[in-house]
Ligand binder design. Structure first.
Ligand code: SF4
Length: 763
């Protein structure tokens, strides 16, 4: 007989049980609750958790595929070590010994900068990645730190840090209460939202329109979101900052700037107005392709809306003026009185780890950027990282500080970074490489040691980073749904043991040392915070209270308890603890977003800087291109998202890749006719760094002069173990993306609007 047991904390099933576990989906930023049914140790069903306080049962087609990923025969179950040129299965002890044997001499001989680390996007969705990545970087002592942030959202973070004082103090669109939403370069109906965490964007945008609100999408493509909007403005790729500057200019010219209650906390409005003065709607008409009258109308509509907001994402950040565009999005939110008010752009209050809930309200040290530059090209550091576009040259270029070894955590930079072919070649020349990855993919195939973490269903979860961008304040912890396999080790232990090796303590040292050191560091900071709930308390006493916990749970409990809703280790008995979250497997609702200014600022002045110097320095470059319309026959490349795809790593899930090939080149009918391109036939796309051949899809969903290829494909390299993906290989759009084309302020890759040539492919 089968026993039905509802086990919210998700303990492993016995042979005679069906259990139900609840798990936040870690696959994208939406953070949907999943209900996972396990029979005899096997997942038999995953569906949306209807009781989840945030997602209420919503999931997208990817959510249920955690089962397929867990069961995937290509998923690595044991470490691999390269012997005589071949990656062979090894024990964990053998694998860590090999890392110690190979890594330590490189550090000893060439110094810590000889080892680079790259953190892929999944780390932001991963409790262990969030908590143990930093200790590993610290233990390595390297300045060669790279991540997917600089091929994605870094301009937004830098703009936020310069304006509001911290990279995670990013205003999010309050889409559930807004009356007017202006979206630029984002396609949340395919991406499920980004830097704006919320499940069910389709339902939320539908509600916006149902209550009489207006949705306007600015994008070179008629995306799914644009199709669902009241208005689609088909802008030329990469020119959003011109449009945004012209909107601010319009408001200033109409004497329509309204700071509202924020006026006492806003600095340098006059410098903002002066900076956008040249960018009149008429002046930017030809560069943007948007009529001046439309720009004026959009500015007026936004200003007149009872509550409106502007939301810009990937198309605005991965562009040559990514930071300028990100700044102008929030400058526009501010000057229309929409910053920090319900229905506008608001600041979430996360339960754990949010810097802007600690320390002195309003005041802080501000943005930590540009403190050093990269060795070869001299690109600026931001928040302790160098731009990822520098990675290949730092490996290739001899001299002091040359990168000779690389650790990749949950990343596939060969597919994710521009000029992927160059990086692929560079990696082949490394002295030593470690990948922490569940797959042998385009990047990990170069590794000398591959350390596979357990599948997502075997790991605990809490979205430390993404809940800082949540459109509703919630906290949701998930215990593992499935147990580890005998002999396996958890992901946090992998990272902790790497940190211990890097620190010279050796491969056999106790990983709990890393947790305890991190916990004590956090506690010292918490007791030193005069405004926090444990100010002045004894660190040892608090540390002892965490004694029943290990690993990420110990750190998470500490962060929750010292956070803004926390129990303060007894100071606020009804407050949040990890135990409280464990008792609420569908999450805890912490309420709608509330105004947080000025207290959430952490700038040196305690005010919002509306005209940061580091960004103004890029305005002359912007002005220089102000009158540049499209050249005759111009073709530029943009990317695109797909609901069933997630960057590079989910193409081995058959149910997500089946059907018509999706890695196709979208071309406008007029361009297709001009170039002799035929729907379904192959075309060659050529850029400075490379060339790909992709099937053409003729569609008027792209602007004339624009072609579109999705990223994350190109699974046709030797030495990988991704059987399904190889059958649906597609092409790597990042063979075309140029590693020299960047946002000047942050060094972030400028994928959007890349000039290309397209021709019918012979044969
Ligand atoms: S929308 Fe994102 S979080 Fe939700 S089920 Fe899909 S992939 Fe998972």
């Amino acid at each position: 007989m089968t026993t039905i047991v509802d086990r919210p904390t998700g303990h492993a099933a016995t042979d005679a049980e069906v259990t139900t576990g609840f798990r936040t989906c870690p696959l994208c930023e939406a953070g949907c609750g999943l209900e996972v049914t396990v029979r005899d140790g096997e997942v038999v069903r995953i569906r949306g958790d209807r009781a989840d306080v945030f997602s209420h049962g919503y999931i997208c087609p990817k959510g249920s595929t955690l089962k397929q990923i867990h069961d995937d025969p290509d998923r690595l179950r044991s470490p691999l070590v390269r012997r005589n040129g071949v990656l062979e299965p090894a024990t964990w002890d053998e694998a860590f010994s090999e890392v110690d044997r190979r890594l330590r001499p490189i550090i000893g001989e060439h110094g810590p900068d000889a080892v680079a680390i790259y953190l892929g996007n999944p780390n932001a969705h991963n409790l262990a990645g969030m908590l143990y990545g930093k200790p590993l970087i610290k233990a390595l002592g390297t300045t060669n730190v790279f991540s997917a942030s600089t091929v994605d959202q870094r301009p937004k973070e830098v703009a936020a840090a310069l304006m509001f004082g911290h990279l995670m103090t990013v205003p999010v669109p309050d889409i559930d209460r807004t009356g007017y939403l202006l979206v630029l370069g984002a396609n949340p109906l395919e991406s499920n939202g980004s830097l704006a965490t919320a499940p069910d964007w389709p339902g939320r945008l539908k509600s916006l329109r149902a209550r009489g609100g207006r949705l306007v999408v600015v994008d070179p493509r008629r995306t799914k979101t644009a199709e669902a909007a009241d208005e689609h403005v088909a802008i030329r790729p990469g020119t959003d900052p011109y449009l945004l500057a012209a909107m601010v200019n319009t408001l200033a010219g109409d004497d329509a700037i309204a700071l509202g209650r924020l006026a006492p906390y806003v600095d340098r409005l006059e410098d903002l107005v002066a900076a956008v003065a040249p960018f009149t709607p008429e002046a930017v008409e030809s560069v943007t392709g948007v009529p001046a009258a439309t720009i004026r109308r959009l500015a007026g509509e936004l200003r007149a809306a009872p509550a409106g907001c502007v939301y810009g994402r990937i198309g605005t950040t991965t562009a040559p003026f990514g930071t300028v565009a990100s700044w102008l999005v929030d400058a526009l939110n501010t000057v229309t009185g929409n910053l920090d008010r319900p229905g506008g752009a608001m600041f979430p209050r996360a339960a754990a780890g949010h810097f802007n809930t600690r320390g002195t309200p309003r005041f802080g040290r501000g943005a930590l950027i540009g403190r050093r530059t990269s060795r070869v090209r001299g690109l600026p550091e931001s928040f302790g990282e160098l731009p990822a576009v520098c990675l290949a040259e730092e490996i290739e270029t001899p001299g002091d500080g040359q990168v000779r070894a690389l650790i990749v955590l949950a990343g596939n930079p060969v597919l994710s970074l521009p000029n992927g072919e160059r990086l692929d070649r560079a990696m082949a020349g490394l002295d030593f490489m470690v990948s922490v990855d569940i797959y042998l993919n385009e990047t990990s195939r170069h590794a000398d040691v591959v350390l596979p973490p357990p599948s997502a269903l075997q790991r605990s979860h809490y979205d430390i980073a993404l809940l800082m961008f949540a459109l509703h304040n919630v906290a949701n912890y998930s215990a593992p749904v499935l147990p580890l396999e005998p002999g396996d080790i958890d992901e946090w232990e992998i990272l902790a043991r790497l940190a211990l090796i890097a620190a010279g303590v050796g491969p056999a040292a106790d990983p709990d040392l890393v947790t305890d050191l991190a916990a004590r560091t956090l506690l010292h900071a918490a007791v030193a915070d005069d405004h926090g709930p444990v100010a002045g308390r004894d660190v040892d006493e608090l540390f002892d209270e965490l004694a029943g916990r290990r690993g990420p749970e110990k750190l998470l409990d500490l962060m929750l308890r010292t956070g803004p809703y926390g129990d303060g280790f007894g100071a606020r008995p009804a407050g949040l603890t990890l135990a409280a979250l464990e008792a609420n497997p569908h999450g805890v609702d912490l309420g709608a977003l509330e105004p947080r200014l000025p207290d959430c600022l952490r700038t040196p002045t305690g005010t919002i800087d509306l005209a940061p110097e580091a960004i103004l320095a890029d305005i002359p470059r912007l002005a220089a291109g102000m009158h540049d319309g499209p050249a005759d026959g111009e073709l530029v490349l943009v990317g695109r998202r797909d609901l069933r795809s997630n960057n590079s790593w989910m193409h081995n899930v058959k149910v997500l890749v089946k059907g018509k090939p999706r890695c196709t080149l979208h071309v406008h009918p007029d361009d297709a006719a001009r170039l002799g391109l035929v729907d379904g036939a192959p075309a060659t796309v050529t850029a400075r760094t490379g060339r790909v051949v992709a099937p053409v899809h003729v569609t008027d969903a792209v602007r004339r002069g624009v072609v579109s290829l999705p990223h994350g494909w190109g699974h046709d390299l030797p030495g990988m173990r991704l059987g399904v993906a190889a059958d649906h290989a597609g092409v790597n759009s990042n063979l075309l993306a140029d590693d020299e084309r960047i946002d000047a302020v942050t060094g972030t890759a400028a994928f959007t609007g890349l000039p290309v040539e397209v021709a019918p492919a012979s044969g």
